[in-house]
Design a protein around this ligand. Structure first.
Ligand SMILES: [Zn+2]
Length: 338
């Protein structure tokens, strides 16, 4: 009996001894699972550049409000030099919670690079122009969505009144301040104190000013739509017929893969919105501009698209992106008057 305290001590020591010998790694920082965070996008883009140095060039376009790098990858036959050639741009991640809108353009970059050596059609598109891809324009909001509030939408501007965030897709200068945007800092569609008040939208503005883009796709989620200008008014755009034709071709390409219907329509048919990226690009430079609202089609699961749908969403959007790239390199030269 007198040994009992020793026995008990040994028994109760076992978990402590085990804990001491099998050290657990510190808990991993929150991540987005199979979806990519900004840190992961930066690493992956750099890896792609080192894997495909002849056709990929990664650029730090600038920094977000909180100092995160906003990256672009340029894919081209000669990515380090500026040439007179058709340029097209794909942008994701304006809205923080729309994680799929980041992974689709990222996977597009990866696929173009990986297929270049073996697929003649890909090689022809890459050699025939410059393809710019910005997977994540709003890294601060996205990280906040990963860490703290999955349904965060805006960037992380401290508005100085206890509220945070500007809706980047209401902060562009064309028709800034119009209907479908809010002057209320608390609002999910707060447009900011002035057009281009946010570093993230200025980054896209400055990139566009330095190039001659002939088409853009801005990825969002959700609803399965292919939207074209105008967003600020229900009136048709001057090139409404062409825009409708292109949007229909994009939607048909998407449908051909997994039979998912994305509806082509004028942006304001969904709801009126002023100061968005596509109205700005089309309004300022008459560039055919499309917002693709990715999967899912409805509010269930809404923004929380299961990881298992990343790949099929990318797969169905691939031929649509390729179609638009090809259009800028062929038909685009002859059918649009600027
Ligand atoms: Zn969005």
């Amino acid at each position: 009996m007198q040994n009992r305290p020793v026995v008990l001590f040994l028994i109760f020591s076992i978990p402590l001894l085990l804990a001491g010998t099998c050290r657990q790694p510190p808990p991993a920082p929150p991540d987005a699972g199979l979806y990519h965070t900004n840190d992961e996008i930066i690493d992956e883009l750099r890896r792609l550049q080192s894997q495909f140095p002849d056709i990929a060039h990664v650029t730090e376009l600038g920094e977000s409000l909180e100092g995160r790098k906003i990256m672009a990858i340029k894919i081209s036959g000669s990515p380090g030099t500026e040439e007179e050639e058709p340029e097209v741009i794909f942008v994701g991640g304006h809205h923080a919670r729309e994680w799929i809108s980041v992974d689709v353009p990222f996977l597009l970059a990866k696929r173009l690079l990986k297929n270049y050596a073996t697929d003649a059609a890909t090689r022809s598109l890459v050699d025939g122009g410059s393809i710019w891809i910005i997977p994540l324009l709003n890294p601060d909001g996205h990280q906040y969505s990963v860490d703290s509030n999955r349904l965060w939408r805006k960037n992380r501007r401290n508005n100085g009144d206890g509220t945070f965030g500007v809706d980047l897709n209401r902060n562009y200068s064309f028709q800034w301040g119009g209907p479908g945007s809010s002057g209320d800092t608390f609002s999910e569609t707060y447009r900011g104190p002035q057009a281009f008040s946010e570093p993230e939208t200025r980054i896209l503005r400055d990139l566009v000013a330095a190039h001659n883009f002939q088409a853009i796709i801005s990825y969002h989620s959700y609803s399965q739509l292919v939207l074209f200008p105008w967003g600020y008014t229900r009136s048709p755009a001057p090139d409404a017929v062409l825009l409708q034709q292109l949007a229909t071709s994009i939607a048909d390409s998407i449908f051909s893969i997994h039979r998912q219907r994305y509806t082509p329509e004028q942006s304001s048919d969904l709801y009126v919105a002023s100061g968005d990226a596509t109205d700005w690009l089309y309004g300022n430079a008459r560039v055919p501009s499309f917002t693709i609202e990715l999967r899912p089609g409805s509010s269930s699961p809404g923004f929380i698209l299961p990881e298992s749908e990343i790949q099929p969403t990318f797969e169905e959007n691939l031929p649509a992106a390729l179609f638009l790239i090809k259009w800028t390199q062929t038909l685009g030269q002859t059918t649009i008057t600027m």
